[in-house]
Ligand binder design. Sequence first.
Ligand code: HSE
Length: 326
Amino acid sequence: MSWLKVFNPCSNIIIKIMKEIKVFAPATVANVVCGFDVLGFAVNEPGDEVEMRLTETPGVVIKRITGDDGRLPSDAAKNTVSASVQHYLQHVNRLDVGVEIELHKKMPIGSGLGSSSASTVAGLFAINKLMGDLLTPKELVPFAMKGEELACGYGHADNVAPAILGGFVLVRSYEPLDVISLPTPAGMYAAIVYPEVDVPTKDARQMIRSKVLLKDAVTQWGNVAGLVSGLFMNDFDLIGRSMQDVLVEPTRSILIPGFEEMRTIAMENGAIGFGISGSGPSVFALTKNEEIAKKITKAQQLYLQKININSKAYVSSVNAEGPRVL
Ligand code: HSE
């Protein structure tokens, strides 16, 4: 963080303005199996970093992107970080401000871990800090949704809301937007494995049926209510029973190598529940402690190695704070 000393003629005093900032924003597990587009939680690792500087020249520019293998656009209108910062500045009537952005991708793209969301949220958190916290974290959610719209064609909030607020989040409604923070049971861990095959969210969304049977909808909303109740009641069994998806998982799991085998490994090693993280191909299990989570990711990675799929694993408690200044 660096500061600029500025003389304020109104108050006749020198004030300090933050001029530069570096922010980390966390990866997220969207859907949490049964809550397509309405549930998500944040993890402590992985995540992305954004460095941001205020300049004298109005406009938002991307100065540098690292860790993306050249896959992300540096055109400020197309990059989710700069585009959402631009929306923010327009909203707060500060189009006179100049902003330089460096984005450091520290997590895989197209992994189902909310990669675009982590970058966008880091950028919005950074600009909001540099502008003196003009908006509350909840008020940043619609700007981050714009970034998701740019990245995958639909402005879903189940990654960006937990990335901004931390913890488990329910998106009760999109119109109007109604985002609700949920409690995290003590000791809960996430065991995440990313099989290194690319599944862009845009494609993974297009393959889902747009019409569902009423009997399947009944099963699904029973499970969403059960999962939310389980979080409030610290009831791991109820959470586990509710982690079932009859709408989306049957279609999307086809794209994930060894999906059923990884489920068997997770459940046999004591997972509370198992499923696809976001739109995949990452999978996750919720566990009662870190030891079980480590056992699960180790066994799943060994299995993926046997079928010649490279993978990355992350074991993390639920991130309670959202983004943080580095
Ligand atoms: N709810 C979104 C989806 C999350 O499943 O497409 C994307 O990570």
